[in-house]
Design a binder for this molecule. Structure first.
Ligand code: HEM
Length: 404
């Protein structure tokens, strides 16, 4: 799944200096100019209605990690940690050094579109005595029949997503945040990802995944009238007052999805295209047109069969087939070397954003799990669901509306 997050503008946690990233919201960080001189200067706002790293264009490097609060740490320690983390994130995203004992790893670089995004897992609320304020949307995801989930690399009290267009800048942020955790929390799991680098393509275009597919085309666009409603929790919803702290927030579903690349790469091109229902070269539907032409799901070919196969991934996951369920897919690819069987441990750190997982990820994955054509080439190996609160206002730390 998919590339394409749009540019962050104004109320959606804005990009202050949008230089290395083009104006096509589906362009995974690959800018029109891609001028190396401006790449470092790209800066994303820390403050805003929404946290950065949701609608921000895909960055070239990413780290996602979860922490568990240490034994004995509760609400007070969690609040102090969120305060430290917010201060560090704000400074690093502005291209400044870390507040304490900066490691020097990013000294010569600009912010490189660094974003840091924080979320809370289901277990966080029990650990901090805040169970009554845990939204029902954080209820554990259902188990899917094809899941092969490793619990040690899943869930966790706190979740952090780091993205930047430079590997050293991203790692620098990772180290600083890990040091900030101090005695309050320890890393539960950590994963590293990447996307195309800004300037790698001659013109901005939707990113590709490790199967070679153009991935992100069907994402909701920030210009869609219902974009905010689908992706962000409304300000004053009908929900209970104890959940008001999530206003402007979003729910992140994180799945480590291994790609069985050796099997995939053996498939002939036409089979690969049938699996998705789109052409590999340009991402256009098999029913024709360009990448952005809508899928013609009813078109029947001369053989009497639907042109976009009934089990094609793009058909089964299409919002029209799922009661309008929509999510913003904003993944990183990963590669963790070659396994003992000689196969690459590689795939997609699938991250999708929605106002309500029961109206986004869950119904779509339920259908895909019944056997879309892609299923035999992938394996879900880890899973997490996190409540990502709204963006901080100046002077506020992320999560203050829950923890104060
Ligand atoms: C569409 C790949 C997993 C949901 C697509 C497309 C590709 C793709 C190539 C067509 C282009 C596009 O619209 O982005 C993959 C791969 C996956 C994966 C390689 C796993 C490694 C998932 C999962 C979900 C999902 C787990 C959600 C449960 C969607 C949605 C669309 C889509 C909603 C857009 C459909 C539309 O709007 O027409 N995916 N996908 N995908 N995928 Fe996936």
């Amino acid at each position: 799944a998919a590339g394409a997050a749009g540019l962050a503008l104004g109320a959606t946690g804005g990009v202050l200096v949008q230089s290395a990233v083009g104006d096509d919201p589906t362009a995974g960080g690959s800018g029109a100019s891609g001028a190396p001189a401006s790449l470092g200067a790209a800066q994303v706002a820390f403050h805003g209605d929404h946290q950065a790293g949701i609608t921000t264009a895909l960055q070239a490097k990413g780290h996602v990690l979860a922490f568990d609060l240490a034994p004995g740490a509760g609400r007070r320690e969690a609040a102090a940690l969120m305060r430290r983390w917010s201060d560090t994130a704000r400074r690093l995203m502005a291209g400044e050094t870390a507040p304490t004992a900066d490691s020097g790893i990013a000294l010569d670089a600009g912010p490189c579109a660094l974003t840091v995004t924080f979320g809370f897992g289901h277990s966080f609320f029990d650990r901090t005595g805040l169970t009554a304020r845990r939204p029902a949307a954080l209820d554990p995801l259902p188990e899917f029949s094809a899941d092969q989930i490793d619990p040690r690399r899943s869930n966790g009290d706190l979740w952090v997503q780091i993205g930047a267009d430079d590997g050293l800048v991203a790692f620098h942020a990772l180290r600083a945040l890990q040091k900030d955790a101090g005695d309050a929390a320890r890393v539960r799991w950590q994963m590293n990802g990447f996307n195309r680098s800004p300037g790698a393509t001659a013109k901005p275009m939707t990113a590709r995944n490790l199967m070679g597919q153009v991935d992100g085309t069907g994402n909701p666009k920030q210009t869609d009238p219902d974009f905010a409603k689908r992706i962000f929790v409304p300000d004053a919803g009908p929900g209970p007052a104890e959940h008001a702290w999530m206003a402007g927030g979003s729910y992140a579903v994180v799945r480590r999805i291994r790609m069985l690349l050796d099997d995939w790469d053996k498939q002939p091109l036409d089979k690969q295209e049938q699996v998705i229902g789109r052409r590999k070269a340009d991402g256009a539907p098999l029913t024709g047109g360009t990448e952005t032409t809508p899928l013609d799901l009813d078109r029947v070919g001369s053989d009497g069969k639907v042109v976009i196969p009934s089990n094609a991934h793009a058909r089964i996951s299409a919002p029209a087939q799922n009661g309008g369920a929509a999510m913003l897919r904003r993944p990183f690819s990963y590669h963790d070397g070659i396994g003992p069987d000689g196969a690459p441990d590689a795939g997609l750190l699938f991250i999708c954003w929605q106002a309500d997982p029961l109206r986004g990820f869950v119904p779509v994955q339920r259908k895909l799990d019944r056997g879309d054509a892609l299923s035999e080439f992938i394996r879900h190996e880890a899973s997490g669901l996190y409540a990502v609160p709204g963006g901080p206002q100046p002077g506020e730390y992320v999560g203050a509306r829950l923890l104060e």
